[in-house]
Design a protein around this ligand. Structure first.
Ligand SMILES: Cc1cc2nc3c(=O)[nH]c(=O)nc-3n(C[C@H](O)[C@H](O)[C@H](O)COP(=O)(O)O)c2cc1C
Ligand SMILES: CCCCC(=O)C(=O)O
Length: 374
């Protein structure tokens, strides 16, 4: 019998990554890890955090640390969300059912991907059932939208997400075409037999045609524009966030198009290689938004968050919250729901420690002056 994993021996996200990697096939590992082309942006996302140092404060009462904040008008337990990622069943047989439970039990927000390997309704049910029932704010769950050439399919996805009680629609806008990830090309990456993108059952699944390729080249809509965002706005009551914004002017257009926020992101370095690092893009997006005084407009950032201090830096620069991508997949690979919960526990624990050591007992006290150039 295999000894059950003692997750408490994993102290950092890196520990989980190191243990998870050998468990995955080369094709899946390549898909999870890869950035586009030379992977310059993938590296830049990490490097951007190292350019800042924390200018900590002393002799502040940090006997009680409070990580609560507000997101889209609701109180949340922490400023951390699970980023939308495709195909969780590649990491674990229970796929998104396990990852969503892991997030819910950790009181962490969760974003379901359009290309999930489980039906979005089941993910919603699983998340809600697993939510921590003790006092404290409950975690949000949002739906990420990829726009299909067949707008009937897109409309039906939005309606299903609405009906399933998702609280926001995250429209990903940095994938007009799929970035070229060299390992995926070389491995002819696709989904193994029997695994499907459970919410897009119209697309050729399995069989001869490689699913991933079939969707990316056949169904994904490269003609998406601002006008479509305005159309989606009229189709749902859910607030809309645009994910993949890096420019100030685009953030202003997002406000004009009726969006409730943006995710400053370059898709984890998987799309345009040599794109600006997401943390570097954050200040100018915030500056543009501030110039418009759009009260309540949310600015979230993702890309390269691996430590609690990374979250601290993103918040100090002005982000409302962060999304965490690949680390979730390492936890899911190693131990399903419990592994995801462990990743989130580590990150939240590190954030709490950083706040205590920096003299910031609550999120509001993590201000811009807490950072200096390293
Ligand atoms: C394997 C993988 C699959 C992804 N799938 C999606 C997706 O379906 N939709 C989406 O909007 N973003 C997707 N992303 C991008 C993430 O949401 C997020 O922007 C990125 O992973 C953040 O960077 P990090 O992995 O360095 O934390 C994916 C990223 C990875 C690594
Ligand atoms: C068509 C699936 C796209 C998934 C994705 O967003 C990614 O691999 O980065």
């Amino acid at each position: 019998m295999i000894e059950p994993l003692d997750l408490s021996t994993f102290l950092t996200v890196r520990d989980l990554e190191r243990a998870a990697r050998p468990q995955l096939s080369p094709s899946t590992l390549g898909y999870f890890l890869s950035g586009a082309d030379s992977q310059t942006t993938l590296r830049a996302n990490r490097r951007a955090f190292r350019k800042w140092a924390i200018d900590y404060r002393i002799l502040v009462d940090v006997g009680r640390i409070d990580t609560r904040t507000r997101l889209l008008g609701r109180e949340v337990a922490s400023p951390i969300l699970v980023a939308p990622m495709a195909y969780h069943c590649l990491a674990h047989p229970e796929g998104e059912l396990a990852s969503s439970r892991g997030a819910a039990k950790s009181s962490t927000g969760y974003v379901t991907s359009t290309v999930a390997t489980m039906p979005l309704e089941r993910i919603a049910t699983e998340f809600d059932a697993a939510k921590a029932v003790d006092a404290g704010p409950s975690a949000p769950r949002w739906f990420q939208l990829y726009v299909n050439k067949d707008r009937g399919i897109t409309r039906s996805l939005i309606e299903r997400a609405d009906a399933a009680g998702y609280q926001a629609l995250v429209v990903t806008v940095d994938v007009p075409i799929m970035g070229r990830r060299l390992r995926d090309v070389r491995n002819a990456f696709t989904l193994p037999p029997g695994m499907v993108a459970a919410n897009l059952t119209d697309v050729a699944q399995g069989g001869k045609e490689a699913y991933h390729h079939a969707y990316a080249t056949g169904r994904h809509d490269s003609s998406l524009t601002w006008r479509d965002i305005e159309t989606f706005r009229t189709m749902t009551r859910m607030p809309i966030l645009l994910k993949g914004v890096v420019r100030g002017d685009d953030a202003l257009r997002a406000i004009d198009a009726g969006a409730s926020g943006v995710v400053v992101s370059n898709h984890g370095g998987r799309q345009l290689d040599s794109a600006i690092a997401s943390l570097d893009a954050l200040p100018r997006v915030l500056e543009a938004v501030a110039s418009r005084q759009s009260a309540g407009f949310e600015v979230i950032v993702d890309g390269g968050i691996r430590w609690g201090t990374d979250i601290f830096k993103a918040l100090a620069l002005g982000a409302r919250a962060v999304m965490v991508g690949r680390p979730i997949l390492w936890g899911l690979t190693l131990a399903g729901e419990a592994g995801v919960a462990r990743v989130l526990q580590i990150l939240r624990g590190e954030l709490t420690s950083a706040m205590a050591l920096a003299g910031c007992p609550d999120i509001a006290s993590i201000t811009r002056d807490m950072l200096v150039r390293a």
